[in-house]
Each structure stands twice: as structure tokens, then as C-alpha cells.
Design a protein around this ligand. Structure first.
Ligand code: ZN
Length: 146
């Protein structure tokens, strides 16, 4: 249902409109996927880790690195021209080399253009140092499942 709305959107304007009428989604993430994100963020520090979130239904199951991605400034990493047409990809994840998981203006711009759910991880990269946002930058809860 969500998939269909997303698929027929062609440009950002229509995409935004479609997202506004999306039904409420109860996002979940697999524990091992979150652990992988935290580990990758920790090992990338002081550089930033960045990837795409893949979901099965409402559950985030996998993180995908973009082809040619190198660890560095996450805001430069997301080259969406490299993005395969893949509707299982629901959003982005990146780490901050600081204690703040608050989205920057560049993050908010990215969120508004691509995907429906975005995770930002911050130091010290533990189960408590991450937050998720919707495409508007509103904080949203994700349930961790085993
Ligand atoms: Zn950021």
C-alpha cells in the first residue's frame, strides 16, 4: 500500500504530497541491524558512517552502502545518482562524530528529498545514542525487535 504510493511519485513535489497521505507506519528495526550500524559508526569515528536502510514491510532489516561509498563526510557521501531503483530502500542512516543526533540543515534537506525514515547515530554509539526522524525531521520512535 505504502509501496504503491511511493512508486508512482515522479518528482519531489508529488513525492512530498504522497508522503503526507501515507498511513501511520510503526517502524521496527532488527536488533542485529542496529548493532551493525552502531559498530560501523564506532569504527568510522572520527569520520562519518553512511548507508541506506532496507526494510521488509515496516521492519528495517539491512543497511546498504552505496556503490563507491567511502567513509568520510556523510553529507558528501549520499550520492543519490548512484541509487538503484529499489523500493525496499526506505531511508538513510548516518553517524555524527559528536554527541548530537540532531539533524543539521543539510540533513533535513536530504530527509525531505529521499526516503521516509532516517536514523542519526551519535557518540558514544550505544543503544541509547541514536534517533530516528521522518522526512520532515520530526522525531519518531522505532521499536527494536529481536
Ligand atoms: Zn548529519
Amino acid at each position: 500500500m505504502v509501496f504503491k504510493i511511493f512508486k508512482r511519485t515522479k518528482d519531489v513535489k508529488r513525492d512530498k504530497k504522497a508522503k503526507e497521505i501515507l498511513p501511520y507506519v510503526r517502524w521496527k528495526i532488527k536488533k542485529e541491524c542496529l548493532e551493525m550500524i552502531l559498530e560501523s559508526s564506532k569504527s568510522a569515528y572520527p569520520k562519518e558512517f553512511a548507508g541506506l536502510l532496507r526494510a521488509e514491510g515496516e521492519t528495517i532489516t539491512e543497511v546498504i552502502l552505496l556503490p563507491g561509498t567511502v567513509q568520510g563526510d556523510a553529507h558528501a557521501i549520499f550520492n543519490f545518482a548512484m541509487l538503484p531503483i529499489d523500493y525496499t530502500i526506505v531511508g538513510t542512516v548516518h553517524s555524527h562524530p559528536s554527541y548530537s543526533s540532531k539533524p543539521s540543515p543539510a540533513d533535513l534537506h536530504l530527509f525531505s528529498k529521499h526516503g521516509r525514515i532516517h536514523i542519526i547515530v551519535s557518540r558514544p554509539y550505544t543503544m541509547k545514542s541514536w534517533r530516528a526522524y521522518d522526512w520532515k525531521g520530526n522525531h519518531i520512535e522505532i521499536e527494536i525487535i529481536g
